[in-house]
Design a protein around this ligand. Structure first.
Ligand code: F0G
Length: 462
Protein backbone atom coordinates (compact mmCIF):
# COMPACT_ATOMS: atom_id res chain seq x y z
CA UNK A 1 0.00 0.00 0.00
CA UNK A 2 1.25 3.50 -0.85
CA UNK A 3 1.77 5.67 2.25
CA UNK A 4 -0.71 8.58 2.17
CA UNK A 5 0.73 12.01 1.45
CA UNK A 6 0.04 14.46 4.32
CA UNK A 7 -2.93 16.71 3.65
CA UNK A 8 -1.59 19.71 5.55
CA UNK A 9 -0.10 22.36 3.29
CA UNK A 10 2.89 23.69 5.22
CA UNK A 11 4.68 27.01 4.99
CA UNK A 12 7.39 26.10 2.43
CA UNK A 13 10.12 27.92 4.37
CA UNK A 14 11.70 27.99 7.78
CA UNK A 15 12.24 31.16 9.76
CA UNK A 16 15.70 32.63 10.09
CA UNK A 17 15.00 36.06 11.51
CA UNK A 18 12.13 37.06 13.80
CA UNK A 19 10.42 40.24 14.95
CA UNK A 20 8.46 40.45 18.23
CA UNK A 21 4.70 41.06 18.00
CA UNK A 22 3.37 43.87 20.22
CA UNK A 23 0.80 42.49 22.70
CA UNK A 24 -1.53 45.10 24.18
CA UNK A 25 -4.37 45.26 26.73
CA UNK A 26 -7.98 46.15 25.91
CA UNK A 27 -7.62 49.41 27.86
CA UNK A 28 -4.53 50.40 25.85
CA UNK A 29 -6.27 49.63 22.58
CA UNK A 30 -9.22 51.85 23.49
CA UNK A 31 -6.81 54.67 24.20
CA UNK A 32 -4.76 54.11 21.00
CA UNK A 33 -7.87 54.02 18.81
CA UNK A 34 -9.21 57.23 20.32
CA UNK A 35 -5.87 58.94 19.70
CA UNK A 36 -6.02 57.68 16.09
CA UNK A 37 -9.42 59.40 15.68
CA UNK A 38 -11.03 55.97 15.15
CA UNK A 39 -9.23 55.54 11.83
CA UNK A 40 -6.95 52.47 11.95
CA UNK A 41 -4.72 54.07 9.28
CA UNK A 42 -3.63 56.50 12.01
CA UNK A 43 -2.48 53.78 14.45
CA UNK A 44 1.22 53.15 15.03
CA UNK A 45 2.76 49.75 14.28
CA UNK A 46 3.73 49.19 17.91
CA UNK A 47 0.03 49.37 18.80
CA UNK A 48 -0.91 46.49 16.46
CA UNK A 49 -0.57 42.76 17.09
CA UNK A 50 -1.52 41.31 13.70
CA UNK A 51 -1.43 43.80 10.85
CA UNK A 52 -3.64 42.89 7.91
CA UNK A 53 -4.01 46.45 6.64
CA UNK A 54 -2.29 45.50 3.41
CA UNK A 55 -0.21 42.88 1.66
CA UNK A 56 1.75 45.71 0.03
CA UNK A 57 5.42 45.94 0.94
CA UNK A 58 4.77 44.10 4.19
CA UNK A 59 6.06 40.63 3.29
CA UNK A 60 9.24 38.87 4.35
CA UNK A 61 12.13 38.65 1.91
CA UNK A 62 14.05 35.41 1.46
CA UNK A 63 17.67 34.80 2.44
CA UNK A 64 18.46 34.85 -1.31
CA UNK A 65 16.91 38.32 -1.64
CA UNK A 66 18.86 39.66 1.34
CA UNK A 67 22.03 38.18 -0.15
CA UNK A 68 21.28 39.88 -3.49
CA UNK A 69 20.85 43.19 -1.67
CA UNK A 70 24.42 42.96 -0.38
CA UNK A 71 25.72 42.79 -3.93
CA UNK A 72 23.33 45.43 -5.30
CA UNK A 73 25.14 47.83 -7.65
CA UNK A 74 24.56 51.45 -6.58
CA UNK A 75 25.95 52.97 -9.77
CA UNK A 76 23.81 55.96 -10.81
CA UNK A 77 23.68 55.12 -14.52
CA UNK A 78 24.14 51.63 -15.95
CA UNK A 79 23.84 49.67 -12.70
CA UNK A 80 24.42 45.90 -13.11
CA UNK A 81 21.42 45.35 -10.79
CA UNK A 82 19.22 47.04 -13.39
CA UNK A 83 20.45 44.74 -16.18
CA UNK A 84 19.91 41.72 -13.95
CA UNK A 85 16.32 42.88 -13.27
CA UNK A 86 15.75 43.66 -16.95
CA UNK A 87 16.83 40.11 -17.87
CA UNK A 88 14.42 38.53 -15.37
CA UNK A 89 11.51 40.80 -16.36
CA UNK A 90 12.07 40.17 -20.07
CA UNK A 91 12.15 36.41 -19.57
CA UNK A 92 8.91 36.57 -17.54
CA UNK A 93 7.00 39.13 -19.58
CA UNK A 94 8.59 39.44 -23.01
CA UNK A 95 8.41 43.27 -22.78
CA UNK A 96 10.87 45.38 -24.77
CA UNK A 97 11.13 48.26 -22.31
CA UNK A 98 11.61 47.69 -18.58
CA UNK A 99 11.28 50.86 -16.53
CA UNK A 100 11.71 50.69 -12.76
CA UNK A 101 9.69 53.05 -10.54
CA UNK A 102 9.49 53.49 -6.80
CA UNK A 103 6.03 51.88 -6.60
CA UNK A 104 2.89 51.05 -8.57
CA UNK A 105 1.19 54.44 -8.50
CA UNK A 106 4.28 56.10 -10.00
CA UNK A 107 4.05 53.65 -12.92
CA UNK A 108 0.36 54.48 -13.27
CA UNK A 109 0.93 58.22 -13.25
CA UNK A 110 3.74 58.03 -15.80
CA UNK A 111 1.82 55.66 -18.11
CA UNK A 112 -1.35 57.76 -18.05
CA UNK A 113 0.54 61.02 -18.47
CA UNK A 114 2.44 59.54 -21.44
CA UNK A 115 -0.85 58.41 -22.98
CA UNK A 116 -2.28 61.95 -22.57
CA UNK A 117 -5.63 61.00 -21.12
CA UNK A 118 -7.37 64.39 -21.23
CA UNK A 119 -11.04 63.88 -22.11
CA UNK A 120 -10.51 60.14 -22.63
CA UNK A 121 -11.84 56.95 -21.04
CA UNK A 122 -9.95 54.02 -19.54
CA UNK A 123 -11.94 50.78 -19.74
CA UNK A 124 -11.08 48.27 -17.00
CA UNK A 125 -12.48 45.34 -15.05
CA UNK A 126 -12.06 47.48 -11.90
CA UNK A 127 -9.61 50.29 -11.29
CA UNK A 128 -7.74 50.07 -8.00
CA UNK A 129 -8.20 53.30 -6.02
CA UNK A 130 -4.79 54.85 -6.86
CA UNK A 131 -5.33 53.89 -10.50
CA UNK A 132 -8.74 55.55 -10.57
CA UNK A 133 -7.36 58.62 -8.78
CA UNK A 134 -4.54 58.97 -11.34
CA UNK A 135 -6.90 58.53 -14.30
CA UNK A 136 -9.30 61.13 -12.91
CA UNK A 137 -6.50 63.51 -11.91
CA UNK A 138 -5.32 63.47 -15.53
CA UNK A 139 -8.78 64.50 -16.73
CA UNK A 140 -10.16 61.14 -17.86
CA UNK A 141 -12.97 58.79 -16.90
CA UNK A 142 -12.15 55.47 -15.20
CA UNK A 143 -14.93 53.08 -16.24
CA UNK A 144 -15.34 49.69 -14.53
CA UNK A 145 -16.81 46.87 -16.61
CA UNK A 146 -16.38 43.85 -14.35
CA UNK A 147 -18.82 40.96 -15.00
CA UNK A 148 -22.12 41.00 -13.11
CA UNK A 149 -20.98 38.13 -10.83
CA UNK A 150 -18.00 40.26 -9.79
CA UNK A 151 -20.37 42.71 -8.14
CA UNK A 152 -22.25 40.03 -6.22
CA UNK A 153 -20.43 38.97 -3.03
CA UNK A 154 -22.33 35.69 -2.91
CA UNK A 155 -21.55 34.49 -6.43
CA UNK A 156 -19.10 31.54 -6.51
CA UNK A 157 -17.95 32.28 -10.08
CA UNK A 158 -14.31 31.11 -10.30
CA UNK A 159 -13.14 34.22 -12.21
CA UNK A 160 -15.05 37.11 -10.73
CA UNK A 161 -12.33 39.52 -11.85
CA UNK A 162 -13.29 39.02 -15.52
CA UNK A 163 -14.22 42.03 -17.60
CA UNK A 164 -17.63 41.87 -19.30
CA UNK A 165 -16.49 41.32 -22.88
CA UNK A 166 -19.88 42.25 -24.37
CA UNK A 167 -19.90 45.59 -22.54
CA UNK A 168 -16.25 46.14 -23.43
CA UNK A 169 -17.03 45.58 -27.10
CA UNK A 170 -20.07 47.87 -26.93
CA UNK A 171 -17.99 50.62 -25.29
CA UNK A 172 -15.20 50.24 -27.85
CA UNK A 173 -17.75 50.49 -30.64
CA UNK A 174 -19.73 53.44 -29.31
CA UNK A 175 -16.87 55.38 -27.71
CA UNK A 176 -13.81 54.14 -29.55
CA UNK A 177 -12.61 57.64 -30.31
CA UNK A 178 -12.57 58.59 -26.64
CA UNK A 179 -11.08 55.32 -25.39
CA UNK A 180 -7.41 55.62 -24.43
CA UNK A 181 -6.74 52.00 -23.46
CA UNK A 182 -8.09 48.81 -21.95
CA UNK A 183 -6.72 47.79 -18.54
CA UNK A 184 -7.15 44.52 -16.65
CA UNK A 185 -6.23 44.39 -12.97
CA UNK A 186 -4.92 40.91 -12.07
CA UNK A 187 -6.07 39.85 -9.56
CA UNK A 188 -8.94 42.30 -9.21
CA UNK A 189 -8.17 43.88 -5.84
CA UNK A 190 -11.22 46.15 -5.71
CA UNK A 191 -13.55 43.27 -6.49
CA UNK A 192 -12.21 41.03 -3.74
CA UNK A 193 -8.83 39.74 -4.97
CA UNK A 194 -10.65 37.70 -7.59
CA UNK A 195 -8.78 36.37 -10.61
CA UNK A 196 -9.23 36.99 -14.34
CA UNK A 197 -9.29 33.89 -16.54
CA UNK A 198 -6.85 33.36 -19.37
CA UNK A 199 -9.80 33.10 -21.72
CA UNK A 200 -11.00 36.53 -20.60
CA UNK A 201 -7.52 38.03 -20.92
CA UNK A 202 -7.30 36.63 -24.45
CA UNK A 203 -10.74 38.01 -25.31
CA UNK A 204 -10.02 41.49 -23.96
CA UNK A 205 -6.66 41.57 -25.70
CA UNK A 206 -8.27 40.62 -29.03
CA UNK A 207 -11.01 43.24 -28.69
CA UNK A 208 -8.52 45.98 -27.82
CA UNK A 209 -6.35 44.97 -30.77
CA UNK A 210 -9.33 44.90 -33.14
CA UNK A 211 -10.16 48.49 -32.16
CA UNK A 212 -6.54 49.65 -32.30
CA UNK A 213 -6.32 50.35 -28.55
CA UNK A 214 -3.41 49.40 -26.33
CA UNK A 215 -4.09 46.67 -23.80
CA UNK A 216 -2.42 46.94 -20.39
CA UNK A 217 -2.31 44.89 -17.23
CA UNK A 218 -2.18 46.16 -13.68
CA UNK A 219 -0.03 43.20 -12.73
CA UNK A 220 0.40 43.76 -8.97
CA UNK A 221 -0.74 40.19 -8.18
CA UNK A 222 0.02 38.45 -11.48
CA UNK A 223 1.43 35.29 -9.85
CA UNK A 224 -1.62 34.72 -7.64
CA UNK A 225 -3.77 35.23 -10.74
CA UNK A 226 -1.68 32.68 -12.65
CA UNK A 227 -2.08 30.18 -9.80
CA UNK A 228 -5.89 30.52 -9.90
CA UNK A 229 -5.81 29.93 -13.66
CA UNK A 230 -3.71 26.81 -13.00
CA UNK A 231 -6.16 25.62 -10.32
CA UNK A 232 -9.53 26.66 -11.74
CA UNK A 233 -9.44 27.07 -15.52
CA UNK A 234 -10.26 24.02 -17.64
CA UNK A 235 -7.21 22.78 -19.53
CA UNK A 236 -4.65 24.80 -17.50
CA UNK A 237 -3.81 22.46 -14.61
CA UNK A 238 -0.85 20.84 -16.38
CA UNK A 239 0.82 24.20 -17.03
CA UNK A 240 3.20 25.71 -14.49
CA UNK A 241 2.15 29.08 -13.03
CA UNK A 242 5.22 30.71 -14.58
CA UNK A 243 4.26 29.51 -18.05
CA UNK A 244 0.73 30.85 -17.52
CA UNK A 245 2.10 34.19 -16.29
CA UNK A 246 4.33 34.36 -19.37
CA UNK A 247 1.29 33.99 -21.58
CA UNK A 248 -0.70 36.59 -19.59
CA UNK A 249 2.01 39.20 -20.11
CA UNK A 250 2.44 38.37 -23.77
CA UNK A 251 -1.20 39.21 -24.42
CA UNK A 252 -0.55 42.79 -23.30
CA UNK A 253 1.14 45.83 -24.84
CA UNK A 254 2.47 46.80 -21.45
CA UNK A 255 1.84 46.71 -17.74
CA UNK A 256 2.15 48.64 -14.52
CA UNK A 257 3.17 46.70 -11.45
CA UNK A 258 3.37 47.49 -7.80
CA UNK A 259 6.28 45.16 -7.01
CA UNK A 260 5.37 45.42 -3.33
CA UNK A 261 2.97 42.54 -3.82
CA UNK A 262 4.07 39.72 -6.14
CA UNK A 263 7.54 41.22 -6.55
CA UNK A 264 8.10 40.05 -2.95
CA UNK A 265 9.86 43.28 -2.02
CA UNK A 266 9.16 46.07 0.45
CA UNK A 267 9.37 48.83 -2.13
CA UNK A 268 9.40 48.99 -5.92
CA UNK A 269 7.40 49.15 -9.09
CA UNK A 270 7.66 48.52 -12.80
CA UNK A 271 6.34 50.09 -15.95
CA UNK A 272 6.95 47.84 -18.94
CA UNK A 273 6.02 48.65 -22.51
CA UNK A 274 6.44 47.31 -26.01
CA UNK A 275 5.93 50.60 -27.83
CA UNK A 276 9.20 52.51 -28.42
CA UNK A 277 7.34 55.80 -28.72
CA UNK A 278 5.40 55.41 -25.49
CA UNK A 279 8.52 54.20 -23.67
CA UNK A 280 10.42 57.32 -24.82
CA UNK A 281 7.72 59.55 -23.39
CA UNK A 282 7.57 57.51 -20.18
CA UNK A 283 11.35 57.72 -19.69
CA UNK A 284 11.27 61.51 -20.06
CA UNK A 285 8.63 61.73 -17.35
CA UNK A 286 10.56 59.20 -15.26
CA UNK A 287 13.65 61.40 -15.27
CA UNK A 288 11.51 64.33 -14.19
CA UNK A 289 9.90 62.64 -11.21
CA UNK A 290 11.60 59.31 -10.35
CA UNK A 291 15.19 59.19 -11.55
CA UNK A 292 17.52 57.93 -14.26
CA UNK A 293 16.05 55.04 -16.31
CA UNK A 294 18.40 52.41 -14.84
CA UNK A 295 17.21 53.00 -11.28
CA UNK A 296 13.89 54.86 -11.51
CA UNK A 297 13.40 55.83 -7.89
CA UNK A 298 14.97 52.72 -6.35
CA UNK A 299 18.34 51.85 -4.88
CA UNK A 300 20.42 49.29 -6.78
CA UNK A 301 19.87 46.84 -3.91
CA UNK A 302 16.09 47.18 -4.33
CA UNK A 303 16.40 46.29 -8.02
CA UNK A 304 18.52 43.27 -7.07
CA UNK A 305 15.99 42.03 -4.49
CA UNK A 306 13.16 42.45 -6.99
CA UNK A 307 14.98 40.40 -9.62
CA UNK A 308 15.14 37.50 -7.15
CA UNK A 309 11.55 38.05 -5.92
CA UNK A 310 10.16 37.79 -9.45
CA UNK A 311 11.85 34.39 -9.79
CA UNK A 312 10.65 33.10 -6.42
CA UNK A 313 7.03 34.21 -6.66
CA UNK A 314 5.99 31.75 -9.36
CA UNK A 315 7.26 28.73 -7.40
CA UNK A 316 4.23 26.39 -7.25
CA UNK A 317 5.01 25.38 -3.63
CA UNK A 318 4.96 29.03 -2.59
CA UNK A 319 1.74 29.82 -4.48
CA UNK A 320 -0.03 26.69 -3.19
CA UNK A 321 0.83 27.73 0.39
CA UNK A 322 -0.06 31.36 -0.26
CA UNK A 323 -3.56 30.69 -1.53
CA UNK A 324 -4.11 27.93 1.07
CA UNK A 325 -3.22 30.25 3.95
CA UNK A 326 -5.84 32.79 2.86
CA UNK A 327 -8.34 29.98 2.33
CA UNK A 328 -7.63 28.68 5.87
CA UNK A 329 -8.99 31.86 7.49
CA UNK A 330 -11.80 32.04 4.92
CA UNK A 331 -12.92 28.51 5.91
CA UNK A 332 -12.83 29.24 9.66
CA UNK A 333 -15.04 32.32 9.16
CA UNK A 334 -17.29 30.70 6.56
CA UNK A 335 -18.01 27.70 8.81
CA UNK A 336 -19.08 30.14 11.54
CA UNK A 337 -21.53 31.86 9.16
CA UNK A 338 -19.63 35.17 8.81
CA UNK A 339 -20.76 36.76 5.50
CA UNK A 340 -17.78 36.77 3.15
CA UNK A 341 -16.96 37.84 -0.36
CA UNK A 342 -17.03 34.51 -2.17
CA UNK A 343 -15.05 32.50 -3.22
CA UNK A 344 -11.73 32.74 -1.34
CA UNK A 345 -9.41 35.18 -3.14
CA UNK A 346 -5.66 35.50 -3.59
CA UNK A 347 -4.35 37.92 -1.03
CA UNK A 348 -7.13 38.65 1.41
CA UNK A 349 -10.36 37.63 3.09
CA UNK A 350 -13.12 40.18 2.62
CA UNK A 351 -15.88 40.33 5.24
CA UNK A 352 -19.22 41.75 4.11
CA UNK A 353 -19.64 44.22 6.97
CA UNK A 354 -22.84 45.68 5.51
CA UNK A 355 -24.39 42.25 5.85
CA UNK A 356 -22.84 41.49 9.26
CA UNK A 357 -24.09 44.78 10.69
CA UNK A 358 -27.63 45.21 9.28
CA UNK A 359 -28.40 47.70 12.07
CA UNK A 360 -26.03 50.25 10.44
CA UNK A 361 -26.83 52.30 7.33
CA UNK A 362 -24.05 52.35 4.70
CA UNK A 363 -23.33 56.02 5.53
CA UNK A 364 -22.87 55.00 9.17
CA UNK A 365 -19.78 53.16 7.90
CA UNK A 366 -20.28 49.52 8.95
CA UNK A 367 -16.86 48.61 7.51
CA UNK A 368 -15.11 51.16 9.69
CA UNK A 369 -17.09 49.88 12.64
CA UNK A 370 -16.01 46.28 12.06
CA UNK A 371 -12.36 47.31 11.60
CA UNK A 372 -12.47 49.15 14.90
CA UNK A 373 -14.16 46.21 16.68
CA UNK A 374 -11.42 43.86 15.41
CA UNK A 375 -8.78 46.23 16.69
CA UNK A 376 -10.44 46.65 20.09
CA UNK A 377 -10.95 42.89 20.39
CA UNK A 378 -7.40 41.78 19.68
CA UNK A 379 -5.19 44.43 18.11
CA UNK A 380 -5.96 43.17 14.59
CA UNK A 381 -5.85 45.82 11.86
CA UNK A 382 -7.84 45.39 8.66
CA UNK A 383 -8.99 48.00 6.18
CA UNK A 384 -12.42 49.26 5.21
CA UNK A 385 -13.20 49.01 1.52
CA UNK A 386 -16.54 50.71 1.36
CA UNK A 387 -18.03 54.14 1.78
CA UNK A 388 -15.10 55.68 3.68
CA UNK A 389 -12.79 54.61 0.83
CA UNK A 390 -15.03 55.13 -2.20
CA UNK A 391 -17.95 57.30 -1.07
CA UNK A 392 -18.10 61.07 -1.00
CA UNK A 393 -20.22 63.77 0.58
CA UNK A 394 -23.42 64.59 -1.30
CA UNK A 395 -25.26 67.63 0.08
CA UNK A 396 -28.37 66.74 -1.95
CA UNK A 397 -28.66 63.38 -0.19
CA UNK A 398 -27.92 64.76 3.26
CA UNK A 399 -25.38 61.96 3.75
CA UNK A 400 -22.50 60.40 1.83
CA UNK A 401 -23.03 58.88 -1.59
CA UNK A 402 -22.22 55.29 -0.63
CA UNK A 403 -20.13 52.50 -2.15
CA UNK A 404 -21.83 49.45 -3.66
CA UNK A 405 -20.47 47.19 -0.91
CA UNK A 406 -19.29 47.74 2.65
CA UNK A 407 -16.34 45.37 2.98
CA UNK A 408 -13.49 44.85 5.42
CA UNK A 409 -10.36 43.44 3.89
CA UNK A 410 -8.00 41.29 5.92
CA UNK A 411 -4.94 41.23 3.64
CA UNK A 412 -2.14 38.74 4.24
CA UNK A 413 1.46 39.93 4.11
CA UNK A 414 3.50 37.35 2.18
CA UNK A 415 5.52 34.72 4.14
CA UNK A 416 4.96 36.64 7.39
CA UNK A 417 2.35 35.03 9.63
CA UNK A 418 2.01 31.34 10.52
CA UNK A 419 -0.97 29.04 10.90
CA UNK A 420 -1.25 29.67 14.66
CA UNK A 421 -1.51 33.40 13.96
CA UNK A 422 -4.41 32.61 11.67
CA UNK A 423 -6.09 30.38 14.28
CA UNK A 424 -5.84 33.26 16.71
CA UNK A 425 -7.18 35.69 14.10
CA UNK A 426 -10.18 33.43 13.58
CA UNK A 427 -10.92 33.59 17.32
CA UNK A 428 -10.71 37.40 17.34
CA UNK A 429 -13.06 37.79 14.38
CA UNK A 430 -15.57 35.33 15.82
CA UNK A 431 -15.67 36.97 19.23
CA UNK A 432 -16.04 40.45 17.66
CA UNK A 433 -18.86 39.08 15.49
CA UNK A 434 -20.61 37.60 18.53
CA UNK A 435 -21.08 41.16 19.84
CA UNK A 436 -22.28 42.49 16.47
CA UNK A 437 -25.41 44.23 17.76
CA UNK A 438 -23.36 46.54 19.99
CA UNK A 439 -21.06 47.79 17.18
CA UNK A 440 -21.57 51.55 16.75
CA UNK A 441 -21.85 53.49 13.52
CA UNK A 442 -19.36 56.27 12.76
CA UNK A 443 -19.43 59.77 11.33
CA UNK A 444 -16.57 61.60 9.64
CA UNK A 445 -15.45 64.73 11.48
CA UNK A 446 -12.60 65.70 9.14
CA UNK A 447 -11.64 64.58 5.63
CA UNK A 448 -9.29 65.40 2.77
CA UNK A 449 -10.33 66.15 -0.81
CA UNK A 450 -8.85 63.00 -2.39
CA UNK A 451 -8.28 59.47 -1.03
CA UNK A 452 -9.94 60.51 2.20
CA UNK A 453 -9.75 57.07 3.83
CA UNK A 454 -6.06 57.51 4.63
CA UNK A 455 -6.43 60.58 6.81
CA UNK A 456 -10.10 60.97 7.79
CA UNK A 457 -10.94 61.53 11.43
CA UNK A 458 -14.06 59.84 12.84
CA UNK A 459 -16.30 59.67 15.89
CA UNK A 460 -18.57 56.82 17.00
CA UNK A 461 -22.30 57.55 16.87
CA UNK A 462 -23.54 56.88 20.36
N1 F0G B 1 -2.76 48.38 -8.38
C1 F0G B 1 -3.28 47.50 -7.50
C2 F0G B 1 -4.15 46.39 -7.97
C3 F0G B 1 -2.99 47.64 -6.13
O1 F0G B 1 -3.51 46.76 -5.27
C4 F0G B 1 -2.14 48.70 -5.71
C5 F0G B 1 -1.83 48.89 -4.31
C6 F0G B 1 -1.63 49.58 -6.67
C7 F0G B 1 -1.96 49.38 -8.00
C8 F0G B 1 -0.75 50.74 -6.30
O2 F0G B 1 0.51 50.30 -5.98
O3 F0G B 1 0.82 50.97 -3.59
O4 F0G B 1 2.76 50.31 -5.02
O5 F0G B 1 1.62 52.46 -5.39
N2 F0G B 1 -2.45 48.31 -3.40
C9 F0G B 1 -2.18 48.37 -1.99
C10 F0G B 1 -3.26 47.65 -1.25
C11 F0G B 1 -1.86 49.71 -1.44
O6 F0G B 1 -3.27 47.72 -0.01
O7 F0G B 1 -4.08 46.96 -1.88
P1 F0G B 1 1.47 51.06 -4.94
Amino acid sequence: MQPQAPRTIIEPFRIKSVEPLPLTTAAQRRQFLQRASFNPFLLRSREITIDLLTDSGTGAMSAAQWAAMMTGDETYAGSESFYQLERVVRELTGMRHVIPTHQGRASEHILFAALDLRGKIVLANSHFDTTRANVEYLGAEARDLVIEEGRNPRSEHPFKGNIDLARLEAALESEGARTACVLLTVTNNTGGGQPVSLENLRGASQLARKHGKPFFLDAARFAENAWFIHEREPGQSSRAPREIAQEMFRLADGFTMSAKKDGLVNIGGLLCLNSDELADKARSLLILTEGFPTYGGLAGRDLAALAVGLEEVTDPDYLRYRVASVRYLYDILDRAGIPLMRPSGGHAVYIDAGNLYPHLKPWELPGVSLCNELYLEGGVRGVEIGTLMFGHPDPALGHDRCAALELVRLAFPRRTYTQSHVDWLGEIVLSAAARRDAAPGYRITRQGAVLRAFTAELQPLV
